[in-house]
Design a protein around this ligand. Structure first.
Ligand code: IVH
Length: 718
């Protein structure tokens, strides 16, 4: 038992007065959090429940005697406040909560490191180190602190919008409701994981079994379910705990290690296991170390892997992110759970990429909390090379949120009556004879009029991240495709001319038709990237579409064409592979893909159809507002203390300038962070003018208003 615990179990009341009470409160709360952690997180209590009660009552009693000195972080505040929310309201994540890309072997980590090295090379960045954290398997949550006070907790949900669970989260055993170190900071947004300790999980299930109730499949489900209860008292009773792992905004550090130390010093709960400041080789060693894995897997907190993160924050910003994942971090998943199931038949689907894929229909089986009755077989190459047959018992794997897939047949269970999986000779939707693509393993339907393909394409075009036409439900699209109103993306913009006919269609209804046409009309002024994304060009995902639309503005500025953009311009831009190759973050495959797309007959017809309908290409967000940098070509390197790279590149484009990713003889200016100057030999050789930030703003006569937030380090209780 530690000294402080002893001190408060044998508490000497004569030491209390107005000058000592604050220290007493701080110490007592620290003692209680320590024992909470021992009990709930580590499952190794150091004191009895009775002793814990003594400490808890002491705190309550002192708080009643000195109410004005009461610490806002006190665990006594967590128990008795009533539930506020009747149901959860939605709340926005100003900085999206993106997730991590997964790796299942160390080769993936080596590949990522190689990719980072390629990016780093362009940025004169020569080294960085890695940190390894445990990947906690619970619910991800964002918490906002204002001037140190706990203000709001939001679930992740789709990453941009979540549910406001402020009241429930305030009842967690180890949540800080007041962080003194943040008291001078307007707003700090932190990212945490809420988990249910395994011993609590087992105790809950035991109770549920006793009362003949359904049990929870795993601690993650139990945690997520508990957080969504209206009665926040349950959250307290269940004993959920929270750990921090990331800062979203409000604090700025050069290294993650410093950031984590600062959080620990501010008494914010961080999981005890970590390996910081290690090299790539050491990362690989840790991931291969079976002792490490079995130690973590036997922890009282459920973990499903490790998270490898780049330590240096500057490097993190340079590496950026794809649409879904940051490049600076990667999850290394522990080997996953498997189960055996029998394939009773195989069906065929026209998938999102238009390939016809086989799907195994399974005899339903429970695997790690969900019932599985189907699993993808990917492609026919896969079924043949694994020799999977109808009637086989197969090993099915499910890891995390990934769709279950089949690892292979269990040959020892084969009864030799199983039948091979045939390759469909005709398309399951339109019955056109299928084709095998030379370059890929896929079996495709060659028909341009295949309804299955058109439905997929249209569904993508109207999706949230494309034109976002919410009234065009999947069933309506299917109907409109069947009735030949929609044969290609351009048809969408013709629908309004057919509204009288549409009214005769059963079960759409006047009001719905009106809503749909109205929404289609609105899309004409939506950002260009939505349309680019909607065209469904191979490798052109949302983030790439956004970048392409931005670079398009810049390209036009460079070409001196500043009037309204024209769609055929877009095609010229997509075929300008010399230009595209220079851009930051665009791969060879993507450049080839947009080139091929812009040259195809179908695209040209599509663009012509769009022209006829006079759909205005609006470069909405990226429109040029000033001319101070007109025609000048910039390279922006490194990140800057006050502004992000994106802020600066948007600013250049708004001012009529153009951007590329590396210095060449065409570059006019290199905008550079002062501390990286020594590394600019290439720029100096190319006789490029190097600008500091202050000189850059002098050139434009303007500055960027909003700055990145900074931390004023106040230190512990300081
Ligand atoms: S870092 C921007 N660190 O794993 C990346 N994530 O897909 C921020 N998770 O939903 C994530 N433990 O909820 C990070 N130590 C850890 C983590 C962790 C668990 C979760 C997180 C996210 C998922 C990754």
């Amino acid at each position: 038992m530690n000294e402080l615990t002893k001190k408060y179990l044998n508490f000497d009341h004569t030491t209390v007065d107005t000058s000592t009470i604050r220290v007493i409160f701080d110490e007592l709360i620290a003692v209680l959090s320590h024992h909470n952690c021992q009990y709930y997180e580590l499952a190794s209590p150091e004191i009895s429940d009775g002793e814990y009660d003594i400490l808890f009552s002491l705190l309550k009693q002192l708080e009643e005697e000195y109410p004005e000195q009461k610490n806002l972080n006190s665990p006594t505040l967590k128990i008795w406040t009533a539930s506020l929310a009747d149901w959860f309201t939605k709340a926005e994540h100003p900085i999206p909560l993106i997730s991590l890309s997964n790796s299942y072997n160390t080769q993936d980590l080596l590949d990522r490191d190689k990719q980072l090295k390629r990016i780093a090379e362009k940025e004169w960045l020569d080294q960085w180190s890695y940190n390894v954290d445990p990947k906690l398997d619970g619910s991800s949550v964002e918490i906002v602190y204002r001037k140190g006070h706990y203000l709001q907790a939001i679930t992740r949900w789709d990453g941009t919008i979540g549910e406001d669970i402020t009241n429930n989260v305030s009842k967690l055993r180890n949540i800080p409701l007041y962080i003194k170190a943040f008291s001078e900071l307007d707003e700090v947004r932190l990212r945490w994981e809420i988990v249910l300790p395994i011993n609590s999980f087992e105790a809950i299930n035991k109770e549920l079994i006793k009362s003949w109730d359904a049990v929870f499949a795993n601690p993650r489900n139990a945690a997520a379910w508990t957080l969504r209860q209206r009665d926040s008292q349950i959250v307290y009773e269940r004993g959920l705990v929270i750990f921090i792992y990331d800062v979203l905004s409000g604090l700025l550090f050069d290294k993650q290690t410093d950031q984590m130390q600062y959080l620990i010093d501010s008494w914010i709960p961080v999981h005890a296991w970590k390996k910081y400041g290690v090299s790539l080789d050491q990362v690989v060693e840790i991931c291969k170390d079976t002792k490490v894995i079995s130690q973590l897997e036997s922890d009282n907190i459920e973990m499903d892997g490790l998270v490898i993160k780049v330590n240096d924050m500057k490097a993190r910003e340079i590496f950026g992110s794809t649409e879904h994942h940051p490049r600076r971090a990667m999850a290394f998943k522990f080997p996953t759970k498997q189960v055996a199931a029998r394939i009773h038949s195989v069906t065929y689907q026209v998938g999102r990429t238009w390939a016809i894929t086989p799907v195994a229909e399974l005899e339903p089986i429970a695997l790690w909390g969900v019932t599985i009755s189907r699993a993808t077989l990917h492609n026919f190459d896969n079924t043949q090379s694994l020799d999977i047959r109808i009637g086989d018992r197969v090993r099915v794997q499910r890891s995390g949120e990934v769709i279950p897939y089949i690892l292979g047949p269990i040959l020892s269970r084969r009864e030799w009556v199983e039948r091979p999986i045939g390759i469909p000779e005709i398309c399951p939707v339109c019955s056109t004879p299928t084709l095998q693509n030379d370059t890929e393993v896929a079996i495709v339907c060659p028909s341009l009029n295949c309804e299955g393909k058109i439905v997929q394409q249209m569904q993508h075009l109207v999706a949230k991240n494309c034109l976002n036409i919410q009234w065009l439900w999947a069933s309506i699209i299917e109907l409109l495709v069947q009735q030949r109103y929609l044969n290609n993306p351009a048809d969408l913009f013709w629908l309004s001319s057919k509204w009288i006919e549409l009214k005769t269609l059963q079960w759409i209804g006047d009001k719905k038709i009106w809503k749909i046409l109205e929404e289609i009309e609105w899309t004409k002024t939506k950002e260009l990237w939505r349309r680019i994304h909607g065209f469904w060009i191979k490798f052109v995902w949302k983030k790439v579409s956004q970048d392409l639309s931005k670079w398009f503005s810049s390209w036009r500025a460079e070409k001196g064409n500043n009037k309204d953009a024209h769609r055929t311009d877009l095609l010229t831009f997509f075929s300008d592979d010399n230009y595209l190759t220079e851009l930051y973050g665009l791969g060879k495959q993507t450049i080839e893909s947009v080139g091929a797309w812009s040259n195809s007959q179908q695209t040209i017809a599509l663009i012509e159809a769009l022209d006829e309908e006079e759909v205005k290409v609006v470069l909405d967000n990226m429109s040029i507002r000033g001319w101070s940098l007109s025609g000048k070509k910039f390279v922006i390197t490194w990140s800057f203390e006050q502004y992000s790279r994106d802020q600066l590149s948007d600013f250049v484009i708004h001012e009529g300038g153009a951007l590329s990713s590396s210095v060449s003889k065409n570059t006019d200016y290199l905008l550079c962070w002062e501390k990286a100057w020594s590394k600019l030999t290439k720029a100096k050789e190319a006789w490029v003018t190097i600008l500091k930030l202050s000189e850059f703003f002098e050139l434009t006569g303007k500055t960027i208003q909003t700055k990145k937030p900074t931390v004023q380090q106040t230190g512990l209780f300081g």
